[in-house]
Design a protein. Structure first.
Length: 82
């Protein structure tokens, strides 16, 4: 299944989520693609020097979202990540 959408706010552009299941239907893969650009002038100005911080903040946010999604789907059961 594939879902496409538009992003607006501090970042503007498009996103796509592709959901696939494994061969034994015991796993699900969620692939998220973002094609966005900042809308805030300060973000444009700081991007050349702040890009590593922006990327780190995004990575942390995505990891927290993944943990929340896993918790919601498993009822809080511990999982092992491979």
């Amino acid at each position: 299944m594939e879902i496409e959408f538009e992003a607006a706010g501090h970042l503007e552009g498009t996103g796509r989520v592709t959901i696939t299941t494994g061969s034994h239907r015991e796993e699900t893969c969620l692939d998220i693609e973002w094609r966005v650009r900042p809308t805030q002038r300060w973000m444009h100005f700081l991007t050349p020097i702040a890009a590593p911080a922006f990327k780190a903040a995004h990575s942390l946010t995505m990891c927290q979202g993944e943990l929340g999604l896993v918790k919601a789907l498993t009822g809080g059961a511990p999982t092992t990540k491979q």
